[in-house]
Design a protein around this ligand. Structure first.
Ligand code: SF4
Length: 329
């Protein structure tokens, strides 16, 4: 049998990422048509933080004129007065950021993924009902910072099963767990088990917070890894779901080979594939398909000419653009 590539399906863009990128692109397009009306020296749009965690996507939008800032205080008053839009990224923001934008009178376009907004709403509802919330997530990740910021006193962030022992709630407390949307399903299961052992009265959210795209990509990469000798995951190092895909793939390879994460084809190392006749390939939810094609082309030059697919489900999810952009189109 010849050397081959096994491509995961689904992979790449999810509905939330697609919507966030289209949000910025739609603003850029509209700004192009009204460039004469904009005060000189001001950009068409600001974006707070990376719109999605992929450096190629961010670089591409920056090349089209979008200006990325870490914090709102980097945006000058002159731009606020001129009504230059400020886009919040797909990962969401805390109320403190929303209040700051409102205080300064900013024209905010919120590209928070609706599935992240759902977790924010859950936090507010449970806090209102008197619950303490154990939030399983990654400390410092934009999504976790935003969710915890909804109620820092009542949302208790943990990352691993080992962290459960440090929690302490009296038996009469109302307790619920929620989670970040891009976690490893298997790892989260272990954390939930530890939580249930220590706090048997803890309740679950009405439906899993781990989103459909994360679940589908993990299921697909598992099947791919079972048919491969190593796996390449295309995605940036700060992309939570891409890093999780690498971990899931490595586990499914069960010692037969390694899983590698690359931003693009230029990071592939031929030494990784010395003993592999079959290379699995997938990509995180924030990764443009062109980067996957680049990896496939590079692997073909290394002799991996047969391309096959493992399709575990067909996705149909679509999120409409923020309301004001729908009107503008
Ligand atoms: S990975 Fe899930 S939660 Fe994150 S943007 Fe995509 S659909 Fe939304």
């Amino acid at each position: 049998m010849g050397k081959g590539i096994v491509l995961a399906d689904p992979r790449g863009f999810c509905a939330g990422v697609d919507r966030a990128i289209q949000t910025v692109e739609t603003i850029l397009k509209a700004a192009k048509n009204s460039a004469d009306e904009r005060p000189q020296g001001l950009p068409p749009v600001y974006v707070r933080r990376q719109i999605v965690h992929n450096r190629h996507v961010v670089g591409d939008l920056a090349a089209q004129g979008a200006v990325f800032v870490e914090e709102l205080d980097e945006i000058p008053d002159e731009a606020v007065a001129a009504g230059i839009p400020v886009v919040f990224s797909a990962h969401g923001v805390s109320p403190a950021v929303q209040h700051e934008a409102a205080r300064r009178g900013m024209h905010v376009v919120d590209a928070t993924c609706p599935l992240v907004s759902k977790v924010h709403r859950e936090v507010l509802r449970y806090v209102k009902d008197g619950y303490e919330i154990v939030y399983i997530g990654h400390r410092g990740h934009d999504e976790a910072v935003g969710v915890v910021g909804e109620s820092p006193k009542h949302v208790h962030l943990i990352e691993h099963a080992d962290d459960v022992s440090a929690l302490d709630f009296p038996p009469e407390s109302k307790l619920v767990y929620l989670s970040q949307t891009t976690l490893s399903i298997d790892e989260t299961r272990a954390v939930i088990e530890a939580l249930k052992n220590r706090f048997p009265w803890i309740i679950e959210p009405p439906s899993s917070d781990i989103c459909y795209a994360t679940q589908n990509r993990q299921t697909a990469v598992k099947s791919v890894a079972e048919k491969s000798d190593c796996v390449v995951v295309v995605g940036s190092a700060n992309s939570s779901n891409s890093v999780r895909l690498m971990e899931v793939a490595e586990q499914a390879l069960a010692g037969r080979g390694r899983a590698w994460r690359v931003d693009d084809a230029s990071e592939l190392d031929p030494a990784w594939f010395e003993h592999a006749s079959s290379v699995g390939v997938t990509s995180g939810a924030s990764v443009p398909e062109a980067l996957v094609s680049g990896v496939v082309t590079a692997l073909k030059t290394m002799g991996y000419e047969d391309v096959s697919y493992v399709t575990t489900t067909k996705e149909k999810m679509h999120f409409v653009l923020p309301a004001e952009l729908r009107r503008a189109r």
